[in-house]
Design a protein. Structure first.
Length: 81
């Protein structure tokens, strides 16, 4: 996984929400149209690998595997790996 994909997964915990809509997830990349496309690609990649699940109306939620991956990433960030 790349850093943007991990950043998207970590946003659920950071914002304290079990589901986020696509517009909230765009914050992972910023306001630039290219960055938003990159976030959309990251979301599609995460859904395709079972780390996020679509909830309808542009809402997404992490799966257990997605939450685990985000936790490992946060732990590495904290340690400075």
């Amino acid at each position: 996984m790349d850093e943007l994909q991990l950043r998207v997964l970590s946003m659920f915990d950071e914002l304290g929400k079990s589901e986020l809509d696509l517009h909230e997830l765009f914050e992972a990349g910023g306001n630039d149209p290219e960055a938003r496309r990159a976030v959309l690609n990251a979301v599609e990649w995460l859904v395709g690998r079972g780390l996020l699940v679509e909830r309808g109306n542009d809402f997404y939620a992490p799966t257990d595997a997605g939450r685990e991956a985000a936790g490992v990433w946060r732990e590495r960030q904290t340690r400075g790996d």
